[in-house]
Design a protein around this ligand. Structure first.
Ligand code: C5P
Length: 218
């Protein structure tokens, strides 16, 4: 079967990752987690002892590293200069610094170029992030924007990380604000995206609806 790019955007805790991986697996498609790429650059920045708010130094690190990201939905992986960083990029240090790193225009240029290359090479792929429908793949066959109430998002994230609910809610709120208000490619709903509120929906229900939309199109 031919090219099929599905763009899944939305704020943290909206269910993007789980939904995107499952959708890719049921479609027999590949999966690209663009957030993991921004997190991997952030890991490299912190490991180099660089201040994540020093845009010039961050851009330099980003330009020099070799980022390898897998697209198998059953086992996503990301390596920086050959080192697997899957676990480290989910830690609190990276999570606290990633929005600053992702706001650096040169970092975005580099990663968007790499993401477009992967998408072009693979063809059938579910891509999740913040700017997929608007910037990375504006010609995607299906664009989805997932939302959920702030409360539901905080509950999901704190359950995943076994973290404190109040602290998680504050962190999500801070990241969403930074991601939505930055100058370069902010989190935004594409004009032609299907908006799905997942507050009251289970994962299977969301995946089934997206499959239905894809079937309706082909
Ligand atoms: O999706 P995840 O929470 O792993 O993304 C981590 C961070 O990476 C986001 O908060 C955002 O700052 C950045 N990001 C981005 N553009 C994307 C994906 C993620 O700026 N396409």
């Amino acid at each position: 079967s031919g090219r099929c790019v599905v763009a899944v955007d939305g704020p943290s805790g909206s269910g993007k990752s789980t939904v995107s991986r499952r959708l890719a697996a049921t479609l027999g498609a590949q999966y690209l987690d663009t957030g993991a790429m921004y997190r991997a650059v952030t890991w490299a920045v912190l490991t180099s002892g660089i201040d994540p708010h020093d845009a010039e130094a961050v851009a330099k690190v980003a330009g020099e590293l070799d980022l390898d990201v897998g697209t198998d939905p059953t086992e996503p992986h990301v390596c920086v200069d050959g080192t697997p960083v899957d676990r480290a990029i989910r830690g609190p240090e990276v999570t606290a610094a990633v929005s600053a790193v992702a706001a650096v225009p040169w970092v975005r240029q580099l990663l968007v170029a790499q993401q477009r290359k992967i998408i072009a090479a693979v063809g059938r792929i579910v891509v999740e992030g913040r700017d997929i429908g608007t910037v990375v793949a504006p010609d995607a066959e299906l664009k989805v924007y997932l939302t959920a109430s702030a409360d539901a998002r905080a509950r999901r994230r704190s359950a995943e990380n076994a973290a404190d609910l109040v602290a998680t809610a504050a962190d999500l709120d801070r990241r969403d604000r930074l991601d939505s208000t930055r100058a370069a490619d902010p989190l935004q709903q594409a004009a032609d995206a299907v908006v799905l509120d997942t507050t009251e929906l289970g994962i299977d229900e969301v995946v089934a609806r997206l499959r239905g939309m894809l079937d309706g199109r082909s």
